[in-house]
Design a protein around this ligand. Structure first.
Ligand SMILES: Cc1cc2nc3c(=O)[nH]c(=O)nc-3n(C[C@H](O)[C@H](O)[C@H](O)COP(=O)(O)OP(=O)(O)OC[C@H]3O[C@@H](n4cnc5c(N)ncnc54)[C@H](O)[C@@H]3O)c2cc1C
Length: 561
C-alpha cells in the first residue's frame, strides 16, 4: 500500500502518523507545499504576542524527526498542482522540478487559505495574514522593528487573539468587524462582555463597519472604513475568514460545495481512493445536519486519524463524528467558549427551543476568588441540548467541555442534574453550574419556570406590570422605569398590591441575575397571576441593551443574585 497525504499539518499529519501505527509496511509519503510540517498554527498569535518566546517551539515535528519516529517520507516544498484520479497520480512541483507521484490511497488535507478581499490597496506590503510560521515571524519582526499602530480586520477568534497579542506588545490596536459585535459566532449578550474586556485592554473596537480601502503611504498606511473614518497603521492584519484551498482538486473532479470538499462519514470523496479531512472539507453539523465548514484543529486531527483507519482497518473503523464546533478563546482576563448551535442558527432552522441565561459563581461564593460565569444555553422543546456558550474569568472551559461531552453523548437537559461532578469549594459548588443548567431547563420544560427575555422589554413596558423584586436600596440605585418594587421576601404579604397594580395585565418580574425573580414567579403564579421571570436578570438585560441600558432605562450594575 502506498498512501500519499497532501498537507503536512493537523489533519494530514494525523492521518500519516495513524497509518504508520496501523501498518508497519505501508509506504507513506507526505507532500507539503511550505517549509514546515506539523507546526502549531494555533500558537502563532502567542508567538507574535511574545508569550511563546522561541520560534522553534512552534515546530512540533520536523521531516527528520518524523522519519526517525514513524518512518514517514515527508517532503516539504512539494506543491501538488494536479491530480489524475483515474491514473492515481499527482503532479507535484518540487525543488527539483515537476514530478509525477503515484498512490494507492490519497488523503487530501490542504487546509484553508486566508480570504483576501478585493480592496483597493490590499497589496500594500504592510498588509499581512496570520496562517503560517513565516507570517508570524514577519509580524513579530515588524513589531520589534518599531511598528506602533495596528489595524486588525475581522474580529473572529484569530482576529481577537491577534489584536490582544499586538496590544500586549504595546501597539495601539484598532479591531474592525463588519458584524454588529465581535466574535460573530458568540451570542450578542456574551460578546458584549468580550467587547468590554477588549476596551479594558485598550483596543479600539469598531463594529458594524468594513474597510473600504487601504492607502499606502511612505510612513504608514491609512485604512479607510465604511463609516467615513480612517485609521493610520504600521501594520494591517487581514483576518476576515478562510476559504478551502482546494482549487487544484476541484479542477480534477473532486466534488465540492462552496469550494469545500464533500466527504461521507468515512472521509471518502466522490473519487475512488481519494479521501479528505480538515478545513478543506465541509461537514454535517451535529445539530442541524446541514453541511457547513468547520475550521478547527480538533475535528481535523480526529478526522485524520479516523480516515487512516478507514483506509487500513475498515472493518473496525468508526464513522467520523459530526462536529459540534466546540471552540474557546482567551480575551484578556476572560475566557469565551462555545459548543453547538447558536440562537440565530436554530431560528434559521425553524427549531423550537428555549434560551437559558445563568450567572452562577464558578466555585463556592464564600471561597476567595469566586467570580461569575455567564452561561447561555439553548434547549430544545424535547429537552435536547442544542448549544451552550460561556464567558467569565475562570471555570468556563470546564463547563463548556462538560456540556459538549453531554451533547456528544446525547444526554438531555434534565440528565445534567444527575451529573456527579467533582466538588470542593476551590473548584465548584455542590450544585455545579452544569447541574444548575439542568435544573433550570427542567423547570422551564415542565412549566415550573416561565421566562421572559430582555429584548421583549420595550413592548412589555406598555402591556405588563414590570415588577422589580430586589431590595429597596438596590431599586433606588437604578431600575427599569415604571417598575414597581416589592422585594421578593415581602411578596407573599403584598400580593394584593401586585394584583391591583397589574390591573389584569401580566406581571413580568426581574432581579439582578434571575434567582430571586424565579422565587417571586412561583409566588405570583401560585396566586393565580400571569407571571414570568426575566432570563438572566439585569446582568443579561444590560448586556443585551448595551449603552441604551444606562441612559433611558437607568439600569444599574446589579449587586447580589
Ligand atoms: C493563527 C491560527 C490560530 C488558530 N487557532 C486555533 C485554535 O486555537 N483552536 C482550533 O481548534 N483551531 C485553531 N486554528 C485552526 C486550525 O489550525 C485548523 O483548523 C487546522 O490546522 C486545520 O487542519 P488542516 O490539516 O485541515 O489544515 P492545515 O493545518 O492548515 O494544513 C494544511 C497544509 O496543507 C498545505 N497545502 C495546501 N495545499 C497544498 C498543496 N496543493 N500541496 C501541498 N501542500 C498543500 C498547506 O501549506 C498547509 O501547511 C487556528 C488557525 C490559525 C491560522
Amino acid at each position: 500500500m502506498k498512501l500519499v497525504v497532501v498537507g503536512g499539518v493537523a489533519g494530514g499529519m494525523s492521518a500519516a502518523a495513524r497509518a504508520r501505527r496501523l501498518d508497519e509496511t505501508a509506504e507513506i509519503v507526505v507532500l507539503e507545499r511550505g517549509e514546515h510540517v506539523s507546526f502549531a498554527n494555533c500558537g502563532l498569535p502567542y508567538y507574535v504576542g511574545g508569550e511563546i518566546t522561541d520560534r522553534d517551539d512552534l515546530l512540533v515535528q520536523t521531516p527528520d524527526s518524523l522519519r526517525a519516529a514513524l518512518d514517514l517520507d515527508v517532503r516539504t516544498r512539494h506543491d501538488v498542482v494536479g491530480l489524475d484520479a483515474q491514473a492515481k497520480t499527482l503532479l507535484v512541483d518540487t525543488p527539483a522540478g515537476r514530478r509525477s507521484i503515484d498512490y494507492d490511497a490519497l488523503v487530501l488535507s490542504p487546509g484553508a487559505a486566508a480570504v483576501r478581499p478585493n480592496l483597493p490597496g490590499i497589496d500594500s506590503p504592510r498588509v499581512s495574514t496570520l496562517r503560517t510560521v513565516d507570517d508570524a515571524i514577519r509580524m513579530r519582526d515588524n513589531v520589534e522593528a518599531g511598528a506602533s499602530r495596528a489595524v486588525v480586520l475581522g474580529a473572529g477568534f484569530i482576529g481577537v487573539e491577534a489584536a490582544e497579542a499586538l496590544s500586549l506588545r504595546g501597539l495601539d490596536v484598532t479591531l474592525v468587524e463588519l458584524a454588529h459585535h465581535v466574535l460573530p459566532v458568540v451570542e450578542p449578550e456574551l460578546a458584549a462582555l468580550a467587547t468590554d474586556e477588549l476596551g479594558r485592554l485598550g483596543i479600539d473596537v469598531r463594529t458594524g463597519v468594513a474597510a473600504t480601502a487601504i492607502e499606502h503611504r511612505a510612513e504608514h498606511d491609512v485604512v479607510h472604513l465604511s463609516d467615513g473614518t480612517t485609521v493610520e497603521a504600521d501594520l494591517v492584519l487581514l483576518s476576515v475568514g478562510v476559504r478551502p484551498d482546494t482549487a487544484v482538486f476541484e479542477q480534477a473532479g473532486v466534488a465540492c460545495e462552496r469550494g469545500a470538499i464533500i466527504t461521507d462519514e468515512r472521509g471518502r470523496t466522490n473519487l475512488d481512493g481519494v479521501y479528505a479531512v480538515g478545513d478543506a472539507t465541509i461537514s454535517r453539523d451535529a445539530i442541524s445536519g446541514e453541511r457547513r465548514p468547520v475550521a478547527l484543529a480538533g475535528p481535523a486531527n480526529r478526522a485524520g486519524r479516523l480516515v487512516a483507519e478507514h483506509i487500513l482497518r475498515p472493518e473496525s473503523a468508526r464513522p467520523i463524528p459530526r462536529p459540534l464546533a466546540t471552540s474557546i478563546v482567551r480575551v484578556g482576563e476572560l475566557t469565551v467558549a462555545t459548543t453547538g448551535a447558536t440562537r440565530q442558527a436554530l431560528r434559521r432552522d425553524g427549531r423550537a427551543f428555549h434560551t437559558l441565561h445563568l450567572h452562577p459563581n464558578q466555585h463556592a461564593g464564600y471561597f476567595p476568588g469566586a467570580s461569575r460565569l455567564h452561561l447561555v444555553v439553548q434547549v430544545g422543546e424535547d429537552g435536547s441540548l442544542l448549544g451552550a456558550q460561556g464567558v467569565g474569568p475562570d471555570g468556563v472551559d470546564k463547563r463548556i467541555d462538560v456540556l459538549a461531552t453531554a451533547m456528544r453523548g446525547g444526554l438531555h437537559a434534565a440528565d445534567l442534574i444527575d451529573l456527579d461532578l467533582a466538588y470542593a469549594p476551590p473548584y465548584g459548588s455542590a450544585k455545579d453550574p452544569v447541574n444548575l443548567v439542568g435544573m433550570m431547563a427542567e423547570n422551564v420544560l415542565n412549566g415550573t419556570t416561565r421566562l421572559w427575555y430582555a429584548d421583549e422589554l420595550e413592548d412589555l413596558q406598555d402591556t405588563a406590570l414590570v415588577l422589580d423584586v430586589r431590595s429597596a436600596s438596590e431599586f433606588d440605585r437604578g431600575h427599569v422605569p415604571g417598575a414597581l418594587n416589592i422585594p421578593h421576601t415581602e411578596l407573599r404579604d403584598r400580593i394584593d398590591e401586585v394584583r391591583d397594580a397589574a390591573a389584569g395585565r401580566p406581571v413580568r418580574a426581574y432581579c439582578a441575575s434571575g434567582m430571586r425573580s424565579y422565587i417571586a414567579h412561583r409566588v405570583l403564579a401560585a396566586a393565580g397571576l400571569d407571571s414570568a421571570t426575566l432570563s438572566g436578570g439585569i446582568l443579561t438585560l444590560r448586556a443585551v441593551l448595551g449603552r441604551e441600558a444606562v441612559t433611558p432605562l437607568r439600569v444599574p450594575e446589579p449587586a447580589g443574585t
